[in-house]
Ligand binder design. Structure first.
Ligand SMILES: Nc1nc2c(ncn2[C@@H]2O[C@H](COP(=O)(O)OP(=O)(O)OP(=O)(O)O)[C@@H](O)[C@H]2O)c(=O)[nH]1
Ligand SMILES: [Mg+2]
Length: 334
């Protein structure tokens, strides 16, 4: 689950329409039967469908080229050719589809089972039965099917996680994810260990599940493109609540807090409107005085001290996360 790919380029190609048939009735004792060529079948559409079980675009079924089936030719006795099968591409909730060249957003899919037709298959051509008139009772022509269409699109995932963990590099975001969830992200004693976002599922009291996202460390200027932050700020746009993680061992609490909130604000003001908790991590290696300095910070937000390594404060943190989540409107999707 920690493998995470946030953007994939694919080619989509709908099916072409089957040609209409040229055919004439043949019956005993009827020397010259009328035209009975059926229509061609329609080409298959390219359909995108949301499946909530999928959590990332890293998926073996996600190929580079997707094709709808071609429609079958029409047949005699006015029988229509079979329609080509549609090609259905399954994507996780939070997938945005863009035209690769113009970058125009074609669709933005968030709900489970939501479905759109991205590319229509070509219509089948009319068979010659359709062209009979009083003047031409035996037309010898039928329509071709419409051609297939092709398009290059980008699938981009905006993660919908419940909780986003944000903070400067090396504060312990991935460590927290690894102790609260099933995810096993890389942890390192150096900045920028995390290069792509990680998701994990936190089980609460054996019944509720929450998805937590750990993103690469933010640095000042991330919202302008410095460091790795910007590419991943978009992933937390739709998280419901945020944990601002500070490193208690690095004493400049206000500086750390301001750095995070400034980057959030510069990227999108809405990020700062999300409910949040301020989490002081690495409690195991600081004195009580340090801890109190953190808890006495002059902030509106709720603060909590934890150690992801020794485990202190983690149960309380889980409770607080659930309290925040429960305060949210059930239906709101940030
Ligand atoms: N003593 C102590 N060390 C911790 C704690 N949490 C994390 N660390 C250490 O801090 C270092 C950084 O941890 P990570 O979890 O990789 O930090 P991160 O915030 O994900 O870092 P980036 O991905 O680089 O932004 C590692 O050496 C961890 O072992 C803690 O609660 N106490
Ligand atoms: Mg990390």
């Amino acid at each position: 689950m920690s493998r995470f790919l946030d953007e994939v380029d694919i080619i989509i190609q709908s099916g072409r329409g089957g040609p209409g048939a040229v055919s004439f009735r043949r019956e005993k004792y009827v020397p010259k039967g009328g035209p009975d060529g059926g229509d061609g079948g329609d080409g298959g559409d390219i359909i995108i469908k949301v499946k909530k079980e999928l959590r990332s675009l890293y998926n073996k079924k996600l190929k580079r080229i997707f094709k709808g089936q071609n429609g079958q030719p029409g047949k005699g006795k006015k029988r229509k050719g079979a329609n080509g099968e549609d090609c259905v591409i399954d994507v996780p909730p939070g997938t945005v589809i863009l035209d690769r060249e113009s970058k125009i957003v074609l669709a933005d899919l968030t709900l489970d089972n939501e479905k759109i037709v991205l590319l229509k298959g070509g219509k089948g051509g009319y068979g010659n039965a359709r062209f009979a008139t009083s003047i031409n009772r035996a037309p010898r022509y039928a329509q071709k099917g419409q051609p297939a269409s092709e398009s290059a699109v980008t699938l981009r995932l905006k993660t919908i996680a419940d909780v986003g963990i944000v903070g400067l590099p090396n504060v312990g975001k991935s460590t927290l994810l690894s102790v609260l969830t099933d995810a096993r992200p890389k942890i390192g004693a150096y900045p920028f260990t995390t290069l792509t976002p990680n998701l994990g599922v936190m089980l609460y009291k054996n019944e509720q599940q929450f998805i937590l996202a750990d993103v690469p460390g933010l640095i000042e200027g991330a919202s302008k493109g410095y460091g790795l932050g910007i590419r991943f700020l978009k992933h937390i746009e739709r998280t419901k609540v945020l944990l601002f993680m500070l490193d208690l061992y690095i004493k400049d609490f206000n500086g750390q807090y301001m750095a995070i909130s400034n980057e959030m604000k510069n990227y999108s003001k809405e990020l700062l409107e999300k409910p949040r908790l301020v989490v002081g991590n690495k409690r195991d290696i600081v004195t009580d005085r340090e801890e109190n300095n953190f808890l006495n910070m002059d902030l509106q937000d709720k603060k909590i001290c934890i150690s992801s390594v020794s485990g202190t404060g983690l149960d309380e943190l889980k409770d607080e996360i659930v309290v925040l989540m429960e305060k949210l409107d059930e239906n709101s999707l940030y």
